[in-house]
Design a protein around this ligand. Structure first.
Ligand SMILES: [Zn+2]
Length: 374
């Protein structure tokens, strides 16, 4: 809606008036005057909150326009709000520090936050470039400072090896060259421990002090598994990016995989095994594996290293023979691909080879210059 040009103190709101980012930002001045507690918050931190709101709605409307069914942005009350962000260098200062060369130790530094005070920060790694933003985050009883830095890309020397990757359950990843990356064993151990701790929590009554203690222990165990998984994924993605020039991954739609398989019945109406229990185990491992986080890590590292990542539709990649293209039907329990053309392969290696083929196909279609444009 256009605002009238007559100088009134506030624009009159009508039904079709949209309150956007800039208008809300201007309103902060009045809000600060009305609510003194807001004066204790750095102004750029307040503006960032409005920016988050804008981003949430932008994403929402973009997905609506794409025909998706996004959830409506939720109100985040103070118990849900676990971080705030300094979008620039105003309102905070990190003391000078020297990071000991060649070590991976933790360095204690003072961080001054305006109107909050000075806090001690344990730096876990050296800043790799000029700091752009600072986010203070509270997660399960721990406070974190997250710095984002502007990092120069670090291109790696060209590699002449490409790879297709099938992310799976038996192995974390099967590579098209026949190698495997296995799930770390400690995930299973950790899983058992989580189950046990969860049981302890459920045995205790709500509001009980011991329950609170058990909840805390469970949260700690969860944090540990999460950190271990991240660590594993970082290392695995680094290995792949260092070694291969083109990395082809499945375009994951984990949602489809986690759906329960339809019940199967024989001619008399008796229920047959439909692989549901196999899939139930699969679901658990999918949640374990965090594939989408992993593919994201590969993409980010590849972008910096000058590598190419291609996502292909994994439809039928486990059924088609990578040697001759024939369809060899197998259900989930069949781990071996055996084709009449003579190809004998692990099921996942065969899939990885197909994924690589699809990637090369996409690459040749996408990059070949056409005569019309030449
Ligand atoms: Zn074949």
């Amino acid at each position: 809606m256009k605002q009238s040009t007559t100088a009134t103190s506030k624009p009159k709101l009508t039904r079709d008036h949209t309150i956007g980012y800039y208008e809300q930002k201007r309103e902060l001045v009045d809000i600060k005057a009305e609510r003194p507690e807001y004066q204790d918050i750095a102004s750029h931190v307040l503006q960032d909150v409005i920016l988050r709101l804008k981003r949430a709605y932008d994403t929402f409307f973009r997905r609506v326009a794409n025909g998706e069914q996004p959830g409506y942005p939720r109100f985040k009350g103070r118990n849900w709000y676990d971080s705030f962000c300094y979008p620039d260098h105003a309102g905070w200062k990190l003391d000078a520090y020297t990071y000991p060369e060649g070590t991976k130790g933790v360095v204690a530094v003072s961080l001054h936050l305006s109107k909050i005070g000075t806090v001690n920060v344990h730096l876990h790694r050296e800043m790799e470039g000029p700091i752009k933003t600072l986010t203070i985050k509270h997660e399960r009883g721990h406070w974190y400072c997250v710095f984002t830095c502007e990092v120069e890309p670090k291109p790696l020397p060209l590699s002449y090896e490409d790879v297709g990757i099938d992310l799976g359950v038996t192995h974390f990843a099967a590579l098209s060259n026949g190698e495997f990356i296995d799930h770390p064993r400690y995930f299973r151990h950790a899983e058992k421990k989580l189950v046990k701790l969860q049981q302890v929590v459920s045995r205790k009554k709500r509001g009980n002090r011991r329950r609170a203690k058990a909840v805390k222990r469970l949260a700690q165990a969860h944090r540990k598994v999460r950190n271990q998984r991240r660590d594993f994924q970082h290392k695995a993605s680094r290995t792949l990016v260092n070694r291969f020039q083109v990395i082809v991954l499945e375009d994951l739609q984990t949602k489809n995989l986690t759906k329960a398989p339809a019940p199967k019945q024989d001619e008399q109406g008796k229920y047959l095994p439909n692989g549901a229990s196999a899939k139930a185990g699969l679901n658990k491992s999918i949640l374990d594996a965090g594939w989408s986080t992993f593919t994201e890590m590969v993409s980010v590292k590849a972008a910096s290293a000058g590598r190419t990542v291609i996502f292909v539709n994994p439809f039928q990649t486990s059924q088609v023979c990578s040697g001759c293209g024939a369809v060899v039907k197998k259900d989930l329990s069949e781990r071996w691909h055996s084709c009449e053309c003579g190809v004998e392969l692990d099921r996942d290696t065969n899939a990885a080879k197909n994924i690589l083929h699809l990637g090369h196909k996409a690459l040749s279609v996408g990059t070949r210059p056409t005569r019309a444009t030449a």
